[in-house]
Design a protein around this ligand. Structure first.
Ligand code: SF4
Length: 401
């Protein structure tokens, strides 16, 4: 059963109105947003299963890239069971076939490394035919118009009379990998390029959001990228760009309340076909666990959930005084007279979107200790002489949400 909310706030980025002016809804409109992340987006299928088990009936779906594909499949009426079965049969040839002829004949003018047809076929298989007006459940699909250099959201007014399949293809058309798609006269590429988790546009029409972020929540330390070929280098750079952009939006989030789910899939490659089972399971488990906070979410005026108490500290000896943490989080960090960093407030209530500045420390001098729930040490944690836990390259992975 979905609890009844005591608030119905929308209109990001406006601040939440006071309780006295908030309407009370008997049935909350919950929007579900799926982020991009190439094959890691198969975790969204597990998320759909958990949502169905919890009785969540989305009033709107939104997505970028593969998130758009899974969102469109769900909005088409495809069940989590059918999607799971299809995902289990997913093979490399279903998506990637080298564009040999194009690269041979057109060389640098070739539009992509891979052929368009397998991705088109997949869109046709998973997404119902019709325009956005034909879909019973509202759907938003992001893309980027490369001629106008402008982001588009198909499904919004003025961008509804196009085939959903075309919009989904375009949203998945990772530049360089697949040819751009033509949608309603617009030449479009991957929507994740500019908005990998389209929560702001989805927030306009719902009372609460459930967002599943599989692609860029956490960019783990990885060595040897430079020797793994241009595709790996490109994806690493793109990941960092999208991460920064997405983090900027989440750190300024006001309303409506958002349940931000980040399945732990950062260790899995963007194009790994060997982890489908794990992706499905991690998406399911992360969503199932996060939905325990659904009641809290629907009663909140705004903000990002779940939230956990953490304690911040700085290793004074290790700090080299570069000031990056202060520049990134001036409301939490400052430099003392010795030009060493210190925390302005030790205890914080953090959502999964908080704490990204910790990873910018070049000497891992910033410590984050979960207070409410003790999390076991991870591979990216190290014990200090005092025995406390040091959060190093991955804050989100070190805190149990
Ligand atoms: S980022 Fe790290 S090294 Fe730089 S000032 Fe902050 S704590 Fe010190």
């Amino acid at each position: 059963m979905i609890p009844t909310p005591t608030s119905a706030v929308r209109a990001h980025p406006r601040p939440a109105p006071p309780d006295s002016v908030r309407p009370r809804l008997s049935s909350p409109r919950i929007g579900v947003v799926f982020g991009g992340g190439a094959l890691k987006g198969l975790a969204h299928v597990g998320a759909l299963r958990a949502l169905a088990e919890a009785g969540v009936q989305p009033a709107l779906y939104a997505g970028s890239s593969i998130g758009a594909m899974i969102a469109a499949a769900a909005a088409s009426g495809m069940s989590p069971e059918v999607l799971t079965e299809r995902a289990m049969r997913f093979r490399r040839r279903d998506l990637f076939r080298i564009n040999h002829l194009g690269m041979l004949m057109e060389r640098m003018l070739s539009r992509s490394i891979y052929l368009e047809s397998p991705l088109r076929t997949l869109c046709d298989e998973l997404v119902a035919d019709g325009t956005f007006d034909d879909f019973k459940t509202p759907l938003l699909v992001t893309a980027l118009d490369i001629d106008r250099a402008a982001p588009l959201v198909f499904g919004r007014p003025g961008l509804r009379n196009v085939r959903v399949r075309d919009a989904v293809y375009a949203s998945c058309a990772l530049p360089g990998f697949f040819p751009p798609g033509i949608v309603g006269g617009h030449t479009c590429i991957d929507g994740g390029t500019t908005d990998n988790l389209p929560v702001a546009i989805a927030a306009l029409d719902v009372d609460a959001l459930i967002a599943v972020d599989v692609g860029i929540a956490d960019v783990p330390m990885e060595t040897g990228i430079a020797s793994q070929g241009f595709a790996s280098i490109f994806m690493r750079a793109a990941t960092m760009m999208m991460h920064e952009q997405q983090q900027h939006a989440l750190e300024r989030w006001t309303s409506p309340p958002m349940l931000l789910i980040r399945p732990k899939v950062s260790h899995i490659g963007w194009f790994s076909f060997a982890h489908v089972d794990e992706l499905l399971q991690r998406g399911y488990e992360a969503t199932r666990d996060a939905l325990r906070d659904l009641d809290v979410l629907l009663r909140a005026p705004g903000g990002i959930f779940p939230r956990r108490q953490v304690q911040l500290s700085v290793d004074h000896e290790a700090c080299i005084g570069c000031g990056l943490c202060v520049a990134r989080a001036p409301n939490m960090m400052a430099l003392d007279v010795d030009r060493k960093a210190y925390v302005l407030t030790r205890e914080h209530s953090w959502s999964p979107a908080d704490g990204a500045f910790v990873r910018c420390c070049p000497v891992d001098a910033i410590h984050v200790d979960p207070m409410a729930e003790a999390s076991p040490p991870t591979a990216s944690s190290a014990a200090t002489p005092s025995g406390s836990t040091v959060a190093v390259r991955s804050v989100a992975a070190d805190i149990s949400w």
